[in-house]
Write a protein that binds this ligand. Structure first.
Ligand SMILES: C[S@@+](CC[C@H](N)C(=O)[O-])C[C@H]1O[C@@H](n2cnc3c(N)ncnc32)[C@H](O)[C@@H]1O
Length: 227
């Protein structure tokens, strides 16, 4: 996707700051949304887009005037729009801005907004997915883009009761480095909850590898959990 297609005009609504790297993330996400929504159009009766950590719809590259479209707005702009959109966001002000932007850029989109924590609101999110059947095949794309390695694997497991493809941003870097002692030697259960198991601790000890290998180790563990 051309970089200007990812840019937006400042509309005066709340616009959280992001790092410049976010533009690469959005370019990849836009490409995947496009491939998925068009590629699956004739294979499934309904395609559903689920964003667990939606944000405000727009963000601004820190220290600049450049406004970027966020994951929800990018998903609304695909060539073959999804049949349904489900947006979850826990910040009330961010959610209000997102709703205003969605109504402005895609007034006809079939969208459900879930205000709250995606882990505690998972029943509401699942209930918003159209029921599939043999003559109404439903496929979802779930985008998971948290600030840190704070996903709860149980939430993804719940969603995987239906046909769903996940795009997950593993925000491992800073989190795992800063909190290594707490996660590995302390009492934090955060990684257990993200990976959906506690056996990773044994595997990490058994590997006897360097602390600098913790990030790739977690990425591999997460892939194993997803498999
Ligand atoms: C990295 S931002 C996501 C940005 C968004 N995907 C985009 O492209 O602009 C993470 C967002 O998730 C929200 N959030 C954090 N924890 C959450 C949770 N457990 N459930 C729902 N939203 C959450 C934050 O308020 C923030 O807006």
């Amino acid at each position: 996707m051309a970089s200007n297609a990812l840019h937006a005009e400042d509309d005066g609504l709340i616009c959280p700051d992001v790092g410049g790297w976010a533009e690469d993330k959005y370019r990849l996400l836009a490409l995947y949304d496009e491939l998925f929504s068009t590629g699956m159009k004739h294979k499934w009766d309904q395609r559903v887009y689920i964003d667990l950590y939606s944000g405000a719809g727009y963000s601004r590259i820190r220290g600049t005037k450049t406004v970027l479209k966020g994951s929800p707005i990018i998903a609304l702009a695909v060539t073959d729009p999804f049949d349904k959109y489900i947006f979850c966001e826990e910040g009330p002000e961010l959610m209000a801005a997102l709703k205003a932007r969605v109504e402005r850029v895609a007034p006809r989109a079939h969208a459900t907004f879930v205000l709250g924590n995606c882990d505690t609101a998972i029943n509401e999110i699942c209930a918003a997915i159209p029921k599939g059947s043999s003559n109404n095949k439903v496929l979802s794309l779930c985008v998971v883009d948290p600030f840190d390695f704070g996903i709860k694997f149980e939430t993804l497991r719940r969603l995987s009761a239906v046909f769903v493809d996940f795009v997950v941003l593993l925000a491992i870097g800073m989190d795992a480095n800063r909190n290594y002692a707490n996660y590995v030697e302390g009492h934090s259960t955060k990684i257990d909850e993200t990976l959906g198991n506690t056996q990773w601790r044994e595997r990490w000890k058994a590997e006897g590898i360097r602390r600098s290998d913790f990030r790739p180790f977690l990425a591999t563990e997460f892939s194993m959990s997803m498999a």
